[in-house]
Design a protein around this ligand. Structure first.
Ligand SMILES: [Zn+2]
Length: 102
């Protein structure tokens, strides 16, 4: 899949897309890296970890797990399962589940 096709599929604006998929972009482009680029929900460590793992390791802006699932054409529960699998495999992109507050 070409980058252009990817961008169209995500429906993310050019600048945000660059940051999220290539790690490019500038600090002046006013993108909130703590929120999903598509739905605006606050991102959790799992969201950013999944994005880094499945989209681009050097990303500087992200989409949440729910949006990522839609983007990849899988269900959210499926993606959550994958995240647990990565976590259990010791992937450093995912924090160990904390029993208390974050
Ligand atoms: Zn989202």
């Amino acid at each position: 899949m070409t980058m252009e096709a990817l961008r169209e599929r995500t429906g993310i604006a050019d600048e945000a897309f660059l940051r999220s998929f290539t790690g490019g972009g500038t600090d002046a482009d006013n993108i909130d890296a703590s929120r999903c680029l598509r739905c605006g929900n606050a991102l959790t460590p799992d969201d950013t970890g999944a994005h880094r793992k499945l989209v681009n390791r050097g990303a500087t802006a992200f989409i949440c797990v729910r949006c990522l699932a839609g983007f990849l054409g899988v269900t959210e529960p499926f993606l959550r399962e994958k995240i647990e699998y990565f976590r259990k495999s010791g992937c450093t992109l995912f924090q160990l589940q904390s029993s208390g507050d974050l």
